[in-house]
Design a protein around this ligand. Structure first.
Ligand SMILES: *[C@@H]1O[C@H](CO)[C@@H](O)[C@H](O)[C@H]1NC(C)=O
Ligand SMILES: *[C@@H]1O[C@H](CO)[C@@H](O)[C@H](O)[C@H]1NC(C)=O
Ligand SMILES: *[C@@H]1O[C@H](CO)[C@@H](O)[C@H](O)[C@H]1NC(C)=O
Ligand SMILES: *[C@@H]1O[C@H](CO)[C@@H](O)[C@H](O)[C@H]1NC(C)=O
Ligand SMILES: *[C@@H]1O[C@H](CO)[C@@H](O)[C@H](O)[C@H]1NC(C)=O
Ligand SMILES: *[C@@H]1O[C@H](CO)[C@@H](O)[C@H](O)[C@H]1NC(C)=O
Ligand SMILES: *[C@@H]1O[C@H](CO)[C@@H](O)[C@H](O)[C@H]1NC(C)=O
Ligand SMILES: *[C@@H]1O[C@H](CO)[C@@H](O)[C@H](O)[C@H]1NC(C)=O
Length: 540
């Protein structure tokens, strides 16, 4: 890491203002001139183009695997006038990343860096649009490789190192320098926002590069990354790879299991609303689904062996000495976790890690043994685990860390955020009331992995293809607006309020709002009115 820092120290100081050399009214001219005006070893501006508000931008060279993994086209309708800058950045002597900076004409002086998810590899155009429409000079990068496959890591430790921590760090500091060079002054405050893999990046930045950001939103983080890989692979291996086996649990059977779990747990919070408000209270007894003489439809009832399997799938992963390696999945995710974990195939996130990082491409991931899981959990290239629990340097520099995790997360268990929170509390000898000064954690009911879900899941992390200005929203409803209010005005969040949409579809009418509590408080229905009234709930 020392090498990296000196490599970068040599590059950054001599960038000069381009906007300042052009008349203030000529944003467009300054933008087109930027590419040729900006010339520095290690940082190559490939092009700069002015894009007016309303412009329909089509990304033609977006990797197919990024399209596949995001399920959406990166085409963007511009929400603001921006200068779009595409940059190629050397991240080491033999590795590089691509980065885009969207620099809004109506700049508020703020900088935003967006994270990546999964094993990507994918510039997040929605982040670029959302951030720049909200007045942030915004960057998003490809994390050192193109696409969502782990294949580029194989025999390329420099690419793996970029993925583990380096690209997000380098991209962020180069992004700041690009904004400085373009506008002629430093950003007043810098922010990071990411979820999943991007949530892990947010924690990595707070842990190891505390000077870079004033405010960090790190959601549903893939913390303890190596254990997460082992745990996830174990789930698929328990679910089984032979979908013809009589013990295999079909998708329709998972639906029946989910209904049974809701029957047992939905009401525990006092509201029958289809949402398990606090999954900690839910301890399903799957035995109730065992087939008997009258309940004998095997698409709706379970064999004893299947009950054992369901139970094992909702258990944590332990080390050989009995210590916890990785927490369990939340009850309530029985159907939504099917594709990733229970479908009879090992998802590429996990198989790629075994094939291209832990072992080699010939490894047969359907023969995963306990030893293989432990091997993956114990291999921590470039400290990708992101488990350092002393955040005092980040606190000392005045940083604020807002983290949240959905209670319906079907990919990364909520409890990993909770477990990490406790480790920080212990490492820093700080009770929650004192951690609150710089680190606040919210558990969001009805939120799946990063987006969507059955409840009030929308908290301002995503634009959902719309063109909102985060800063025009009440900070209670929007985490981006909230982190700014916390950093710049000291207005720390006591809760974050989520929005639920009619039909759960973002962009349709608002169904209701619900406040989500700051850990360790949990939400209780106090029954004054309907469950859709936010005042019917209280954080205890
Ligand atoms: C933007 O362009 C794409 C094709 O590149 C098209 O499918 C889409 O309908 C356009 N959107 C709008 C709002 O014009
Ligand atoms: C890049 O450099 C690193 C560090 O010197 C080395 O480990 C790696 O093998 C190099 N990769 C290639 C493809 O040369
Ligand atoms: C990623 O794709 C961009 C084009 O979008 C290209 O310039 C860059 O070289 C690619 N990077 C790698 C590591 O292949
Ligand atoms: C399951 O059975 C079908 C048809 O009997 C067969 O084509 C398929 O290969 C089998 N799958 C496995 C994983 O054995
Ligand atoms: C069979 O199981 C169902 C629940 O699946 C239960 O309601 C019923 O009482 C059971 N019948 C017998 C005979 O155990
Ligand atoms: C299955 O249960 C139905 C009633 O739910 C009953 O009529 C039928 O006889 C049962 N079949 C067997 C094989 O026990
Ligand atoms: C259990 O094993 C882990 C990893 O091998 C180790 O870090 C931990 O200290 C051990 N715990 C005990 C209680 O021995
Ligand atoms: C990983 O973290 C440890 C402890 O902070 C540190 O000593 C080590 O240098 C780090 N390794 C890498 C490759 O960054």
């Amino acid at each position: 890491m020392a090498l990296l820092l000196s490599f970068w120290a040599a590059l950054v100081p001599s960038l000069s203002s381009v906007v300042a050399q052009h008349p203030i009214h000529s944003f467009e001219t300054a933008c087109s001139a930027f590419a040729s005006a900006f010339n520095h070893p290690g940082v190559k501006v490939q092009f700069s183009q002015f894009l007016p508000q309303g412009y329909n931008l089509s990304i033609t060279d977006y990797p197919q695997s990024c399209l596949d993994s995001q399920g959406s086209s990166p085409v963007q309708i511009l929400g603001a006038d921006v200068c779009r800058v595409a940059i190629l950045v050397d991240t080491s002597a033999n590795s590089s990343m691509t980065l885009e900076a969207w620099l809004p004409k109506a700049w508020t002086g703020r900088f935003l860096s967006g994270g990546n998810g999964g094993l990507s590899g994918c510039i997040q155009y929605t982040d670029l649009s959302y951030g720049s429409s909200s007045g942030f000079a915004t960057v998003s990068g490809n994390n050192g490789h193109n696409g969502s496959s782990g294949a580029p890591f194989y025999t390329h430790p420099e690419v793996l190192e970029d993925y583990s921590y380096r690209a997000i760090y380098v991209g962020s500091i180069v992004g700041k320098q690009i904004a400085q060079a373009f506008y002629g002054r430093d950003a007043s405050k810098s922010y990071f926002m990411g979820c999943s893999g991007g949530g892990r990046q947010g924690f990595k930045l707070a842990q190891s590069f505390p000077e870079v950001f004033d405010g960090i939103i790190a959601a549903a983080p893939a913390l303890d990354f190596d254990s997460f890989i082992a745990w996830g692979a174990q789930l698929s291996s328990i679910a089984g790879f032979d979908t013809n086996s009589t013990e295999f649990i079909s998708e329709s059977l998972w639906k029946a299991i989910h209904e049974e779990v809701l029957d047992q747990c939905d009401g525990l919070d006092g509201a029958l609303d289809g949402i398990i408000e606090d999954t900690d209270l839910c301890h399903p007894q799957y035995e109730r689904l065992i087939c008997n003489e009258t309940a004998n439809d095997s698409s709706k009832c379970l064999t004893r062996a299947q009950v054992g399997k369901v139970r094992a799938l909702y258990e944590p992963l332990y080390n050989d000495n009995g210590s916890l390696l990785y927490p369990k999945l939340q009850p309530g995710t029985e159907t939504t976790s099917f594709d990733t974990y229970f479908s009879g195939t090992l998802s590429s996130l996990f198989s790629d890690w075994f094939k291209y990082v832990v072992y080699n491409p010939t490894f047969d991931t359907e023969t995963l043994s306990r030893e293989d899981l432990i091997a993956a959990a114990s291999y921590d290239p470039y400290n990708i685990s992101t488990s350092k629990s002393d955040l005092s340097a980040f606190e000392r520099r005045g940083g604020k860390l807002l983290t949240l995790h959905g209670f319906e997360d079907n990919i990364i268990p909520t409890d990993i955020s909770t477990s990490y929170y406790h480790r920080v509390s212990e490492a820093m000898s700080r009770p929650p009331s004192s951690l609150d000064e710089f680190y606040r954690y919210f558990r969001v009911s009805g939120l799946s992995h990063c987006a969507l879900g059955n409840g009030a899941y929308s908290v301002g992390m995503y634009s959902f293809g719309l063109i909102p200005n985060a800063m025009e929203q009440d900070p209670d409803d929007n985490v981006l607006s909230r982190i700014v209010a916390w950093v710049e005005r000291g207005e720390a969040p006591e809760y974050i309020r989520g929005t639920a949409f009619v039909g759960a579809y973002p962009g349709s009418a608002i169904a209701y709002k619900r406040k989500h509590c700051k850990y360790p408080a949990t939400n209780k229905y106090v029954g004054q009115g309907s469950f859709t009234s936010e005042n019917s709930w209280t954080c205890l």
